[in-house]
Ligand binder design. Structure first.
Ligand SMILES: [Fe+2]
Length: 202
C-alpha cells in the first residue's frame, strides 16, 4: 500500500555551539560588564519575575558590554537558520538584547517575544541543573490525541514539551512567537544568559 507521510507546519529550534574563543572572550567581557556601575544601574529585578535583567532598561547589552564577537555570531546563526525556512538570503539585525541573571532558585514563567522574527538565548554561565529552556507543543489541539500517543515512547511527534539544558557557549534560537519558559535554577550557582530578538535589517 503506497503511503506518503508529509511533515506539515514544522516547528524548529536551532542549537548552535559557538567556537571556544568566542565563548571565552564573551565570558570575560560579560563578567567585566556585570561589575560596572552601568550594569548595577541597568540590571534590576524584574517587576513580575524572579530573574534579574536589563530588559527593562531599554539598553542593548551587546553594545554596552562590547560583545562584538557574540553579536556577529548571533546574526550569522540567525541568517543561517532562516535558510532552513527556504526564504531568500535575508540580512538580519538585533532588535533588542538584554542580560538575564538567574540566582539559585530563580525561574521564568512562560512567555513569547512577540514583534520579532527570531529570538534566542546565549549561555554565558550555565552550571548543571541551572534551569532548562522549555518549549511546550505550540499546537494545543494535539492534546485531544495524546491518549493515543502517550505510549511512553518519546518522539518529536509525541512529546508535549521539549527541554534544552543550557551550556556555556551555546546559542538556542527559535521563532519569536514560540512560548517558552526557564525552569528553576537548582545548581546553587549563578546562571547568566544573553537574550536577543532579531528582525529583518532595516
Ligand atoms: Fe524569553
Amino acid at each position: 500500500m503506497p503511503m506518503n507521510i508529509e511533515l506539515m507546519f514544522p516547528v524548529a529550534v536551532a542549537v548552535a555551539d559557538f567556537d571556544p574563543p568566542v565563548r571565552d572572550v564573551t565570558h570575560a567581557k560579560v563578567m567585566k560588564y556585570i561589575a560596572t556601575e552601568a550594569a548595577k544601574r541597568d540590571v534590576t529585578a524584574s517587576p513580575v519575575e524572579s530573574v534579574e535583567t536589563s530588559f527593562f532598561s531599554g539598553k542593548s547589552v551587546l553594545e554596552d558590554a562590547g560583545l562584538t564577537e557574540l553579536k556577529a555570531n548571533i546574526i550569522a546563526a540567525g541568517e543561517t537558520f532562516l535558510q532552513w525556512f527556504g526564504v531568500p538570503p535575508t540580512p538580519l539585525e538585533i532588535e533588542r538584547s538584554w542580560i538575564n541573571i538567574f540566582r539559585p532558585g530563580m525561574q521564568e514563567m512562560q512567555h513569547a517575544h512577540e514583534g520579532s522574527v527570531l529570538s534566542g538565548s546565549y549561555y554565558v554561565e550555565a552550571p548543571e541543573h541551572c534551569g532548562d529552556l522549555i518549549f511546550q507543543d505550540p499546537i494545543g489541539e494535539r492534546r485531544c490525541h495524546r491518549a493515543f500517543t502517550n505510549t511512553g515512547v518519546k518522539t518529536p511527534q509525541t512529546v508535549t514539551e521539549m527541554s534544552y539544558p543550557p551550556q556555556p557557549g551555546r546559542f538556542i534560537m527559535f521563532e519569536s512567537w514560540m512560548q517558552h519558559a526557564v525552569l528553576g535554577n537548582k545548581s546553587g550557582k549563578i546562571r547568566i544568559s544573553i537574550a536577543v530578538n532579531l528582525r529583518k535589517k532595516q
